[in-house]
Write a protein that binds this ligand. Structure first.
Ligand code: DGP
Length: 111
């Protein structure tokens, strides 16, 4: 299934890209929920956490290390939140695995 994120990864659609390497891309969310709201996306088309395979472990680890680097770069010295949605109960809108990096203000409770 081709999603909007596949098109961003292929540069068929514009995005404010803040990091890219062979396996992942990070770009600013189009509807930011915090002063810093970055999406970290594996280039491989994985639907969500429920669809992960053991061989995806490396890119997931890499995503967290890039998130750590971006949090430093964007000055999130007081903390930040990383979330990912899976399936309809979570409110997942784009069926391509992604992690939201949120920060730059005091975040409310999760739920
Ligand atoms: P989720 O509910 O976890 O599937 O979040 C999807 C996020 O993707 C949502 O916060 C808005 C963002 N988004 C949707 N379409 C686009 C787009 O075309 N460009 C960018 N940069 N973000 C998008």
């Amino acid at each position: 299934m081709t999603t909007i994120f596949d098109k961003i990864i292929k540069k068929e659609l514009p995005a404010d890209i803040v990091f890219e390497n062979e396996t992942l891309m990070a770009f600013k969310d189009i509807h930011p929920q915090a002063p810093v709201h970055i999406l970290l996306v594996p280039k491989k088309s994985i639907r969500d956490v429920a669809s992960l395979s053991p061989e995806d472990g490396a890119v997931i680890g890499e995503i967290f290390l890039v998130a750590q680097k971006l949090a430093e770069e964007f000055g999130l010295d007081n903390g930040y939140r990383i979330i990912t949605n899976t399936g309809s109960d979570s409110g997942q809108l784009v069926p391509h695995l992604h992690f939201h990096l949120l920060g730059g203000r005091k975040l409310g409770p999760i739920g």
